[in-house]
Ligand binder design. Structure first.
Ligand code: SF4
Length: 238
């Protein structure tokens, strides 16, 4: 596949074709090869999104494209450990961390919608604090890479390695989709990758503090997110 011209957006039809071909060709490729293809194809119009539970995909992406943009959704509700992990990633890794913030602060949202919207209408809260900021933040990119893995939850079991994100008109890449938790742990150990301290404190998935609890024995990795509610995803990957 051809190399992208730096900074020039591609037409959606071309991106869709690229996604379909790569989805077929790269399904079984190693994660680093997937990211090298993406870096070579999209250049600066590729970014990585990171929840800052760990920096594995950011680390892989930096090997493929040093200085790559790493996008973090700073919802205003994160644990201090997550903000600390973001700051550490920005300080020590060869990446460009970009924090996206919602249009409203938590106080402004509380004033308009009432306090603790996350308890009363988490879908709206996620739409305001995650989905819209990401949609706006991805405007300057043709492709985005995420850390989605099939073993995290039933809702992620069919995650493709490369796919066409119709809603956003982008190529979506999940380079570690086929990895297990053990694969992640092995990569972290081998490369000394930064991880969120909460992973050593009973959490297996890290999101906003009001909507995340520790995982119990026998639960899947994302069971601590919106526990007690039917909600399993924030809307970023639906
Ligand atoms: Fe709001 Fe919870 Fe969604 Fe964070 S995870 S945006 S606090 S509903």
């Amino acid at each position: 596949m051809s190399i992208a011209t730096a900074g020039q957006p591609r037409h959606a039809d071309e991106l869709r074709l690229l996604a379909e071909r790569a989805g077929h060709d790269l399904e079984d490729a190693p994660a680093l090869d997937v990211l090298r293809w993406a870096a070579g194809t999209f250049g600066p119009r590729l970014c990585v999104t990171a929840s800052m539970a760990d920096a594995v995909v950011a680390h892989l992406a930096a090997r493929a494209r040093p200085g790559i943009d790493v996008v973090f959704l700073d919802t205003g509700y994160h644990f201090p450990e997550t903000i600390g992990t973001r700051d550490a990633v920005a300080a020590v890794m060869d990446v460009n961390v970009i924090s996206l913030t919602p249009r409203q602060s938590v106080a402004e949202q509380d004033a308009e919608y009432g306090p603790e919207l996350h308890d009363r209408d988490p879908d709206l809260c996620c739409a305001l604090r995650k989905v819209r900021p990401l949609a706006e933040g991805l405007a300057g990119y043709d492709a985005w890479a995420t850390g989605l893995r099939r073993d995290e939850s039933p809702s992620r079991a069919d995650t493709p390695v490369v796919s066409w994100d119709e809603r956003r008109g982008k190529v979506k890449i999940a380079p570690i989709a086929r990895w297990t938790e053990e694969d992640v742990d092995a990569y972290v150990a081998e490369h000394g990758v930064l991880t969120n301290p909460l992973l050593q404190d009973g959490y297996t998935s890290v999101g906003c503090a009001p909507c995340t609890r520790r995982t119990l024995a026998g639960e899947d990795a994302r069971a601590g997110r919106w526990a007690g509610l039917a909600k399993t995803e924030c809307g970023l990957h639906g």
